[in-house]
Ligand binder design. Structure first.
Ligand code: GLU
Length: 445
């Protein structure tokens, strides 16, 4: 495979879509050697077929704000690949959303969903609508307008969306409500739904819990446990909340969270009602963490700072793509970090990942570490199809096993000759092999 040529072609066809190019390049670099051992995949042009989405639906969303004025936003759904199962992936509402970001997320989702071992293809959707500072009524009207256009492309066996940045249970509820009204069917065609209308127990916690189960496996390989380790977390949304909750439950001490306004350092650890307060912060809709330091005397707020220059054992980025760059990586390395588990999708830049790997820091990529969220979405789909609801314990057991399996896949495909694991390689190859064989087996379509 001539990676340079493939990337050049991608850039020529889709100029300026930098995040999409970055995600594809990272994967191609790590799968190249394996791919070149399979002439049947090369002959069938599997890579060229996999890196282009099946389709991208782009639409305008017109809605009325509280003043009675119409507002116009963009809407997207990139149905990336359904070789393994129905398109599946979240919806993101954030001012930065554009086609490139939707495509990179859809591509990552395809490989991630393959890692879960559940029958789900990959997709991503969203809008440049920013929920920040919007009233509840405005958010509801926006969600309804968004679905008024998108509903015809969705379905339980076609495409099942969920939440992502800016889209939590409330927004999923508004979107699913409108979808149900238009189709007149209770098909559960959304995951992350409210518990009273088909949602799964533990879906809210799943991404963060799954990430910590994965970290436990990483540490176990080194003969360590997470108990008494110090942890830096970025972000303060649903995913960060689940990660802080599970890390604390397992005996670690989480000393940071962060938001677009800056970083909170709480040397006493974020536990108990401090964790619950994260939910309040998020629900306020202001997208800031500063109020945490006003409420809890043990904490300090550092405006415009990231949590990566603090001495911790483990770093867990839970905010957004490219949030951790080379400079941040160098700071963490200087602080003797030993494990970096990326929970945000493509949370670390390529240069940051290279720095971690060169310095023998245990680094695992988002598509492996954060797969517990979408895996539990898959479990929600199963419960909906069975017209049953499992207990939290049942869901947790399955989630835990799925994360252990993903770790095993990384070990299998990412084994280094010195006995360590290259998790980037392991996750990319394991996901790719599965999707590649599924594409190959279904002929040229
Ligand atoms: N947005 C989440 C992710 O990046 C969850 C997707 C889902 O549950 O479908 O995996």
């Amino acid at each position: 495979m001539d990676i340079n040529f493939i990337i050049q072609e991608l850039e020529r066809k889709h100029p300026g879509e930098v995040e999409y190019h970055q995600a594809v390049k990272e994967v191609l670099l790590s799968i190249a050697d394996t791919y070149n051992q399979y002439p049947e995949l090369i002959k069938a042009k599997i890579v060229e077929r996999l890196i282009e989405p099946d389709r991208a639906i782009i639409f305008k969303v017109v809605w009325i704000d509280d003043k009675g004025d119409p507002q116009v936003n963009m809407g997207y759904r990139v149905q990336f690949n359904n070789a393994i199962g129905p398109y599946k992936g979240g919806i993101r509402f954030h001012a930065t959303v554009n086609l490139s970001i939707m495509k990179f997320l859809g591509f990552e989702q395809t490989l991630k969903n393959a890692l879960t071992s559940l029958p789900m293809g990959g997709a991503k959707g969203g809008s440049d609508f920013s929920p920040k500072g919007k009233s509840d009524a405005e958010i509801m009207r926006f969600c309804q307008a968004f679905i008024l256009e998108l509903w015809k492309h969705l379905g339980p066996d076609t495409d099942v969306p969920a939440g992502d940045i800016g889209v939590g249970a409330k927004e999923v509820g508004y979107m699913y409500g409108m979808y149900k009204k238009l189709t007149n069917r209770c098909t559960g065609t959304f995951t992350g739904k409210g518990l009273t209308f088909g949602g799964s127990l533990l879906r809210a916690e799943a991404t963060g819990y799954g990430a910590l189960y994965f970290v436990e496996e990483m540490l176990k390989r080194r003969g360590e446990t997470i108990k008494d380790k110090t942890v830096a977390v970025s972000g303060f949304g649903n995913v960060a909340w689940g990660a802080v909750k599970k890390a604390t439950e397992l005996g670690a001490k989480v000393v940071t969270i962060s938001g677009p306004d800056g970083c909170i350092l709480d040397p006493e650890g974020i536990s108990g009602d401090k964790i619950d307060y994260m939910l309040e912060l998020r629900a306020s809709g202001n997208d800031v963490v500063a109020p945490y330091a006003k409420k809890f005397a043990s904490a300090t707020f550092f405006p415009d700072k990231k949590p990566w220059d603090i001495k911790v054992d483990i770093a867990i980025p839970c905010a957004t793509q490219n949030e951790l760059n080379l400079e941040d990586a160098k700071k963490l390395i200087a602080c003797n970090v030993t494990c970096v588990a990326e929970v945000s999708n493509m949370g670390c830049t390529t240069e940051a990942i290279d720095a971690f790997l060169e310095n023998n820091i245990n680094f695992a990529p988002g598509k492996a570490v954060n797969a517990g969220g979408v895996a539990t979405s898959g479990l929600e789909m199963t419960q909906n199809a069975q017209h049953l609801a499992w207990t939290a314990q049942e869901v947790d057991l399955k989630l835990h096993q799925i994360m252990k399996n993903i770790h095993q896949l990384c070990e299998k495909y990412g084994a280094n000759s010195d006995g360590t694991v290259n998790y980037v390689k392991g996750a990319n190859i394991a996901g790719f092999i599965k999707v590649a064989n599924a594409i190959l087996g279904q002929g040229i379509i």
